[in-house]
Design a protein around this ligand. Structure first.
Ligand SMILES: [Zn+2]
Ligand SMILES: [Zn+2]
Length: 268
């Protein structure tokens, strides 16, 4: 389920980058952008119900509410329960920083609640490409993507009960992503419209073109890999109301499968 489909520009109707993966009763969160705990609640999922959090990269729009996930997971746990966070190199530094920022809050809550005797524990695993989980029920594979100068960055493939879904963060097309997507039922890809971005008279915005997949490139990735369904998310610039069909049509020029336009809380 797409929790947030927004880009870094604040939007009243789109939360920040975050996707919830459900595999039977197991739930995994990919990225933790703006408003993630609100959208998790709308999806019937509290942070304590997450098996783990996986981060595609450490750009602020993908992690800015990780601290809220950490705090809410901690305060709603009845016993010391580590929150598992997987991400690229640097994830430990981000989590340490978040915990440092939360230090005053932790001291207030520890002083106020007699039954709360432990601080939040976050078990960080910094990943290299490969299988990060395979227990016979769920398999999760990480692959390197290309969002330079942001390095390293990852995409994740989840497999469960014969179904597979790839969730990629921001990236241009690359071999790592192509291989990860092969034969997937669903590929969730963050996308931009280069034609529209170029119209914005601000170089800082036009800069985003060189490290994101366009709609057309995402469609080509999906076609090369033989994906069944492509989901466009994290769209930039923010699509005008009613523009979804235009974005979908661009993708369909390059991909004959099913294409979905991502809106917050879209379930696939
Ligand atoms: Zn982003
Ligand atoms: Zn990014």
């Amino acid at each position: 389920m797409l929790l947030g489909t927004g880009n870094p520009l604040p939007d009243p109707n789109r939360a920040g980058a975050a996707t919830l993966i459900k595999a039977g009763a197991r739930r995994f969160l990919v990225d933790a952008g703006r408003g993630v705990c609100m959208r998790l609640a709308a999806a019937g999922t509290l942070p304590v119900m997450l098996e783990s959090v996986l981060l595609t990269h450490l750009h602020s729009d993908h992690i800015c509410d990780l601290n809220d996930v950490i705090t809410t997971h901690w305060i709603m746990s009845g016993q010391p329960t580590p929150l598992k966070v997987f991400g690229p190199a640097g994830t430990g530094q981000v989590v340490d920083g978040a915990l440092a920022m939360l230090a005053p809050d932790l001291s207030y809550r520890l002083a106020h609640h007699a039954d709360l005797t432990w601080s939040p524990e976050v078990a960080v695993t910094e990943l290299t490409p490969g299988v990060l989980l395979d227990d016979g029920d769920v398999r999760v594979i990480a692959a390197a993507t290309d969002h330079r100068p942001v390095e390293p960055t990852l995409a994740f493939r989840f497999e469960h009960a014969g179904r597979s879904i790839v969730v990629a963060g921001d990236t241009v097309p690359c071999d790592g992503l192509d291989e990860l997507c092969v034969g997937a039922d669903v590929h969730v890809q963050t996308v931009i419209r280069q034609d529209l971005v170029r119209l914005v008279p601000m170089q800082r915005f036009v800069d985003i073109i060189d490290y994101h997949s366009t709609v057309e490139q995402a469609a080509q990735t999906a076609a090369r890999a033989g994906v069944a369904t492509l989901v466009l998310t994290h769209q930039a610039p923010t699509p005008a109301p009613g523009a979804a069909e235009e974005w979908l049509a661009l993708a369909r020029q390059h991909f004959g499968g099913n294409v979905l336009f991502g809106e917050d809380l879209l379930e696939v």
